[in-house]
Each structure stands twice: as C-alpha cells, then as structure tokens.
Design a protein around this ligand. Structure first.
Ligand code: AMP
Length: 198
C-alpha cells in the first residue's frame, strides 16, 4: 500500500507527474480539481457551487471538499494498491481530515511529494496551459488569485508535513522525465516501495 500526496503550487506539474506515477507505481489517481471540473461539465448542483469558487480562484469550503473526497474514496479507492491525492489537501483542516479518512479505512499517508517551482515559471506554465487546453481559470487575473490563495492557505502544509517527516522536496523545474526520476528514487528510499517498471 502506498498513499501519496502530490503537493505544490498551481502549475507545479502535479497532473503531469501523477500520470507517470499512476503508470509506474500502479496507483489510483484522485484529483479534486478534476472531480470538480467534471461536476461543472455535467452541470450538477455541486458543479454550480464549485464553478463560483473556481472562477474566482478561491478554494471550495473545507467541509464540502472533505465530504466530496470521502465519497470519492468510498467509490473509487477500495481494493486499490494505493492512491495519489493530487490537489488535496490544500488547507490544514483538510490535512487533518485526510489523516482521519485514511485512518478509518485502516491505512495511512506514506509520503508527500513537494514539487517546488519558481513563481515566474508557474505563471508561464499556466498561461501556456490555458492557451493549449482552454482551461477557464488559467487566465492571468485568476492565476494571481490562485497563487495568493496558495501562499496564504496551502503553503503552511509544507511545514506541517516536514514536521511529520513525510515531505519529500523535489525540484520541479526542468525536464519532466528527470523530475519523475528524482521523485521515483526519493519515494523508493523513503517508503521502500518500488516502481513496477524502469
Ligand atoms: P486544481 O485542478 O487542483 O488546480 O484545482 C482547480 C480549482 O479547484 C482550485 O483553484 C480550487 O478552486 C478548486 N479545488 C481543487 N481542489 C481543492 C481543494 N482540495 N480544496 C478546495 N478547493 C479545491
């Protein structure tokens, strides 16, 4: 069993590196951003609420986000070798809740992969992603708000997980495959779990 959090500012490469981790470590991927975007696309009640927060670059309130994650875990995570949490937690209460959600399922969080990327590079990457994918919150005004939210509400989690001895610091700038190799060897050292193929 290997449960990971992929942690980093918006634009730090969480989605890209998740795709490689799923493939090479055989993990199940849960991206809370993708879960919310799917609700928006399907025009559900939750989608309507989420849209308002996302378009303002703000976080969905903790209680709502935690209950969404609980549901997704219930539906998707049973019988899996482990889960990559991408975009969750984003606040200290969410981190406390994750601990409890995993504990009640008889498991634990094993490592937090922290992708560290300079701010100018984050902005450039998100602007490019916006052009390539049409993702609505990848515009300069919303990007700035999302980075403020990250600094104020999410970045304290770095110390939270450093204190727990779970934080694996990764230089998230450079070539995707090199970053992945740093993650994979760091995880192998930290958790003893090995990738399925090399
Ligand atoms: P992401 O795809 O992870 O960048 O998330 C896109 C947006 O979805 C964020 O800017 C938030 O508005 C919302 N969101 C995603 N995950 C969370 C979370 N864990 N807590 C609160 N809001 C979230």
């Amino acid at each position: 069993m290997l449960n990971l959090v992929l942690f980093g500012a918006p634009g730090s490469g969480k989605g890209t590196q998740s795709a490689k981790l799923i493939d090479e470590f055989g993990l199940h991927h849960i991206s809370t951003g993708e879960v919310l975007r799917d609700h928006i696309k399907r025009e559900t009640e939750l989608g309507k609420i989420a849209q308002q927060y996302i378009s303002e670059g703000q976080l969905i309130p903790d209680d709502l986000m935690i209950s969404i994650l609980d549901d997704v875990l219930e539906k998707e995570a049973k019988g899996k070798d482990g889960v990559i949490f991408d975009g969750f937690p984003r606040t200290i209460p969410q981190a406390e809740a994750l601990k409890e959600l995993l504990r009640k399922r008889g498991t634990d969080l094993h490592a937090v992969v922290g992708l560290e990327v300079p701010e100018e590079e984050l902005v450039e990457r998100m602007l490019n992603r916006g052009k390539e994918t049409g993702r609505a919150d990848d515009n300069l005004e919303t990007i700035k708000k999302r980075l403020d939210v990250y600094h104020n509400q999410t970045s304290p989690l770095r110390d939270f997980y450093l204190n727990e001895g779970k934080y694996l610091k990764i230089n998230g700038s450079g070539i995707v495959d090199d970053i992945f190799n740093e993650i994979a060897s760091g995880l192998e050292k930290k958790t003893g779990v090995h990738r399925k193929k090399k």
